[in-house]
Write a protein of this length. Structure first.
Length: 275
């Protein structure tokens, strides 16, 4: 049932996007290098990545947006001995305005769908579907966004490392109804340079599930190609491994993984794209 809901959510969103005339969508492509860091294992995994993103405003002024990245790793540390060094991440959203309190402050509804697959840090697959509300504050040189949402959270770990600690495949899947709080701020230093930072937590009401922190530094390089950006991004995830503890009969069981966090550092060129 939950898997069907996940598939239908993504298919519905992507089907809607595909049905939009190509000329009505703004497409962007990204290409760059990255380092996937698992600091608890003193591991750095460099690689190259490409991405494709889109934005579109409907006739009712609803924003549809999404991005998908493919990352190819040079996996010399082999944290997972059977890891295929290609992984994926994606995020999609739909957003519309509910109310304007003032020219600077507004309230939106928003639906977020996001996922990751096959990371070096043993995230086999992850899926998040979270509708919610977002409060926006905008000034010429500063903006802030506060979001509260509730939905469905799912994560599954790759079994290669956990099985060495006595875990079985069925121990490695977790899914739950959950809620999330998020904050994002942006500072526009100059017309060419801006900095954004974000923090978000997912919680099921009894325990936290995941924390995420991020930073984007964007620099306009239109002299290279019109409307292009050079982007430095850092994305840090921390996972609650207590979710996978085997049972109360085994209170001394080893953690499912030797690490509970990972960090993706990317430097990439973001350019307009047309088909």
């Amino acid at each position: 049932m939950k898997s069907s809901c996940r598939i239908l959510s993504v298919v519905a969103l992507m089907s809607f996007v595909v049905s939009i005339p190509a000329q009505a969508i703004e497409w962007r492509a990204a290409i760059g290098a990255h380092d996937f860091v698992v600091d608890q294992a003193s591991s750095h995994t460099p690689g190259l990545n490409v991405g494709l993103a889109f934005t579109h405003f409907t006739d009712n002024n609803i924003l549809l947006a999404g991005k998908a990245d493919v990352l190819v790793d040079i996996d010399h540390d082999k944290l997972d001995p059977d890891h295929i060094p290609v992984w994926f991440q994606s995020a999609y959203l739909a957003r519309g305005n509910l109310y304007h309190f003032s020219p600077q402050m507004s309230l939106d509804w928003q639906v977020d769908v996001a996922g990751r697959r096959n990371t070096v840090s043993s995230i086999e697959q992850q899926f998040k579907f979270f509708p919610g509300l977002a409060l926006n504050y905008q000034q010429p040189h500063f903006s802030a966004r506060f979001k509260a949402s509730a939905g469905y959270y799912q994560i599954e770990l790759d079994d290669d490392v956990p099985k060495s600690f006595g875990y079985k495949r069925d121990d490695l899947k977790f899914s739950s109804q959950a809620f999330s709080l998020a904050m994002r701020t942006s500072i526009y230093f100059t017309p060419k340079l801006s900095l954004s930072a974000m923090a978000q937590q997912w919680h099921d009401g009894d325990q936290w599930l995941e924390n995420k922190f991020g930073m984007h530094l964007d620099y306009d390089v239109s002299q290279f190609k019109a409307d292009s950006l050079l982007v430095l991004s850092i994305e840090h995830h921390q996972y609650n491994l207590d979710l996978y503890q085997q049972s109360v009969e085994k209170p001394d069981a080893a953690p499912v993984l030797p690490w509970d966090r990972d960090t993706l550092v990317r430097l990439y060129l973001d350019i307009p794209w047309s088909f």
